[in-house]
Design a protein around this ligand. Structure first.
Ligand SMILES: NC(=O)c1ccc[n+]([C@@H]2O[C@H](COP(=O)([O-])OP(=O)(O)OC[C@H]3O[C@@H](n4cnc5c(N)ncnc54)[C@H](O)[C@@H]3O)[C@@H](O)[C@H]2O)c1
Ligand SMILES: O=c1ccn([C@@H]2O[C@H](COP(=O)(O)OP(=O)(O)O[C@H]3O[C@H](CO)[C@@H](O)[C@H](O)[C@H]3O)[C@@H](O)[C@H]2O)c(=O)[nH]1
Length: 451
């Protein structure tokens, strides 16, 4: 977006992963994101470059964005909670090694509060030994969502920049503001101190995830009472203080950010000895896991309490529509529960590859189960053929307009459909003959004798 909006700025993207850089330089980009291909094609070779020559890029740059991954740590202290900052630290050390003049270093990765301090300590060490060096570290968290990244970047609700309040700090902030001002109205560029900016990113993601867990918790009450979660969400969201966005009940949120960032905030609360705050935010994750479990348990319950050897078609594997990203996708966890029960799973996703699906499933369950029980299809009708149930896990638009009569005809009877995204026309499906179960509404066609 910077390359597109600021033709006078040269943008060089560097990555340790040479394969990825090769793909960025090819016609087949390493990620699927609507609108991205066009922009890359328009700018690449003019003022946008992809390279693995990291030292040269550092040498040449005035501003350096650190945008490396900060996944949840899976070992040692903070395992399963704290973000792993080893890549951020490694970049700071690389900058310290190759910089030959003053640089503004921008923390774009999502990090815990005070991470900028560590980066600065490492850079200051280099500065102490070389008079030509001077570093300012800014926090500039990213708020784009996958699937809508280009729109979000082109028209952000806000851009947040945190930095030191010293003269040099303010000058660095002003430089970054000038870049965003090319396309973002000045009143939408917020400047704060570094720690507020870092914390805002974690807070924003936690608030968003909390909204989804709140509506998902309400969806469970709806299923038990006859209220309809879509009606409740609509009416609750009409209150402008609450707002209608992010009230879509679902199989639970996925993606590489929400769980990681909520856990990062919980961990921060714990190390600061703020246990009630840690427990409060941890509830967001607990509800999300519960929602996934409830959904898969309902499938088993409504298929006469056994799915062993039953063919089940799963529509969607990506964590949301318009992306091929599967990181922390609820589909993985729902499939895991069903595989434990020895169901035969037939997947269809318009963008996710077979290799990715098998790799993700092998990470959470035994290889043997995946090899024996999982089939991947390139056509939804094939996936649903002879199935006892169709389960919608991702809200891809194309699932709304499939020929459900044809799907019904080729399924085992009774044919059930479980809508985990509330995208299907339930009345029409019932007319066709399906037993329909949807998140957040009472199971009126339940065969189940016990609640
Ligand atoms: N994905 C999103 O939608 C999104 C949105 C907002 C914020 N974020 C944040 O942005 C950061 C990156 O997320 P992502 O999804 O792009 O991660 P990613 O894993 O897809 O990409 C990170 C890249 O960094 C590279 N890398 C790691 N260490 C490196 C090093 N020392 N030098 C050069 N390259 C290195 C990796 O090879 C990888 O290609 C995370 O902190 C994330 O929380 C992501
Ligand atoms: O009402 C809703 C909205 C979303 N989701 C699910 O929540 C997850 C996350 O969706 P979304 O937030 O749209 O995508 P992300 O790409 O994960 O974006 C989030 O995480 C990014 C990384 O930090 C932030 O930059 C974004 O602002 C923040 O929205 C997905 O599984 C969605 O299906 C719901 O279940 N119900």
């Amino acid at each position: 977006m910077i390359a597109l909006k600021c033709p006078e700025i040269k943008v060089t993207v560097v990555d340790l992963n040479k394969e990825k850089i090769k793909e960025w330089n090819s016609d087949d980009l390493p990620i699927y994101e609507p609108g991205l291909d066009e922009i890359v094609k328009q700018c690449r070779g003019k003022n946008l470059f992809f390279s693995h020559d990291i030292p040269k890029a550092i040498e040449e740059a005035d501003l350096i964005f650190i945008s490396v991954n900060t996944p949840t740590k899976m070992y040692g202290r903070g395992k399963g909670m704290a973000p792993d900052l080893k890549h951020v630290e490694s970049v700071a050390r690389t900058i310290a090694k190759y910089a030959q003049g003053p640089k503004i270093v921008v923390e774009k990765s999502t990090v815990p509060v005070k991470a900028a301090q560590s980066i600065l300590h490492i850079l200051k060490e280099a500065q102490a030994h070389d008079q030509k060096l001077h570093f300012q570290v800014l926090s500039n968290p990213e708020f784009l969502a996958e699937g809508t990244a280009i729109v979000d970047l082109a028209n952000p609700d806000r851009v947040l920049i945190g930095g030191e309040s010293s003269n040099k700090g303010l000058a660095a902030i002003a430089q970054l503001v000038r870049i965003y001002e090319h396309w973002v109205p000045r009143e939408r560029i917020i400047t704060t101190n570094t720690w507020s900016s870092e914390l805002t990113k974690l807070a924003a993601n936690t608030f968003l995830a909390q909204k989804i867990s709140s509506i998902n918790a309400i969806s469970a009450i709806c299923e038990a009472t006859g209220a309809d979660v879509r009606e409740v969400a609509h009416a609750v969201g009409y209150d402008s203080r609450i707002g209608s966005k992010f009230l879509q009940a679902s199989v639970g949120f996925g993606g590489s950010c929400f769980q990681k960032d909520v856990l990062s905030l919980v961990y921060l609360c714990e190390i600061l000895n703020l246990k009630p705050a840690a427990d409060y935010w941890h509830g967001v994750i607990e509800i999300n896991n519960w929602q996934r479990r409830r959904f898969s348990d309902n499938i088993i319950k409504e298929l006469f309490n056994t799915v062993t050897d039953k063919r089940i078609a799963l529509f969607g594997f990506a964590f949301k529509k318009n992306t091929a990203d599967t990181r922390e996708s609820s589909a993985i966890y729902i499939a895991k529960h069903l595989l434990k029960e020895r169901a035969k799973l037939h997947f269809y996703d318009p963008k996710v590859t077979e290799t990715t699906m098998r790799h993700d499933l092998r990470r959470v369950t035994e290889n043997e189960l995946v090899d024996k029980l999982v089939t991947i299809h390139s056509c939804p009708y094939e996936a649903a053929k002879d199935a006892h149930a169709v389960v919608v896990l991702t809200e891809w638009d194309e699932f709304k307009t499939l020929d459900y009569e044809k799907i019904y005809e080729n399924m085992q009877k009774p044919a059930s459909i479980f809508d985990g995204r509330l995208i299907l026309d339930q009345t029409n499906l019932r007319k066709i003959g399906f037993r329909v179960f949807a998140i957040g509404s009472a199971p009126t066609q339940s065969f189940n004798l016990f609640p």
